[in-house]
Design a protein around this ligand. Structure first.
Ligand SMILES: [Zn+2]
Length: 208
C-alpha cells in the first residue's frame, strides 16, 4: 500500500507481529522514499451476504448504527455500543467462515444486547425476530424473566454446573459460559433457548 505521508508505492516491513489474539497481523513499515514509518493491519476479510445475494465487508459501525436505534432513550453509552459491536464481530469471526449471512449478524447481536439493556433487546428482537403479536412479546419477556432468575440462582451458587438458558449461537454469551467453566466456546445448541428465530425481516443491523 502507498505511504500515507508521501504516497510512494513501496515500503519495507520492519516489524511483524500478531495482534487481536492471533486473528490479525500488525506490520510496521518504513517508506522507501521518505523513510517515515506507519503501521498496517492484516486480517482475514469477513463479508456479510445480504438476502439479495450482494456481499459487503463486515462493518462494526453498521452494527452500532442498527443497535443504536433500539437503544434510543436508554442508558446505553457509546462505549457500550462499541464493545457490543466488538463482541458481535468476535462471535461471527469465531464461526470461522469468510462469509456470513446478514441474519447471522442480527442473531449474534441478541445475546450481548440482552445483557446490555433488556428494553433495547426487546425492541431489537421484536423487529429482528418479526414479532407479530403480544404473545410473541410475552414469550420473550418470560424467557428474559427465566434467564434473570437463573442468573440469580447462579450468583447464589457459583459452582452450579447448570448451563444458562438461552445460550445464543456463535458463542454469543460464551464469556458467561467460560465464567462457569461450562464447555467450549459457543457451547449450546444452535438457536438454543426459547427464541426460535422466526421469519426474518430486513432491519437487524443495517447489513440487512
Ligand atoms: Zn513516504
Amino acid at each position: 500500500m502507498r505511504c500515507p505521508f508521501c504516497r510512494h508505492p513501496d515500503s519495507r516491513v520492519v516489524d511483524s507481529r500478531e495482534a487481536e489474539e492471533g486473528s490479525a497481523i500488525r506490520r510496521r513499515r518504513s517508506c522507501l522514499s521518505c523513510g517515515r514509518r506507519f503501521t498496517t493491519m492484516e486480517e482475514a476479510s469477513l463479508r456479510v451476504v445480504k438476502r439479495s445475494g450482494v456481499a459487503e465487508p463486515f462493518s462494526r459501525a453498521k452494527v452500532v448504527a442498527g443497535v443504536r436505534k433500539a437503544c434510543q432513550g436508554r442508558p446505553v453509552r457509546d462505549d457500550d455500543l462499541a464493545l457490543l459491536a466488538q463482541r458481535v464481530e468476535d462471535a461471527v469471526r469465531s464461526a470461522g467462515s469468510a462469509e456470513v449471512p446478514a441474519e447471522a449478524i442480527g442473531r449474534a447481536i441478541l445475546g450481548p444486547l440482552r445483557e446490555l439493556d433488556e428494553v433495547a433487546y426487546l425492541r431489537f428482537a421484536s423487529v429482528y425476530l418479526a414479532f407479530e403479536s403480544l404473545t410473541d412479546f410475552e414469550n420473550a419477556i418470560s424467557a428474559l424473566r427465566a434467564e434473570t432468575s437463573t442468573s440469580r440462582r447462579e450468583a447464589a451458587h457459583p459452582a452450579s454446573p447448570a448451563e444458562p438458558a438461552g445460550e445464543g449461537p456463535f458463542g454469543v454469551g460464551s464469556s458467561r459460559s467460560a465464567l462457569h467453566g461450562t464447555g467450549p466456546n459457543g457451547a449450546g445448541p444452535p438457536g438454543g433457548g426459547a427464541r426460535a428465530p422466526g421469519p426474518l425481516i430486513e432491519v437487524a443491523a443495517e447489513h440487512g
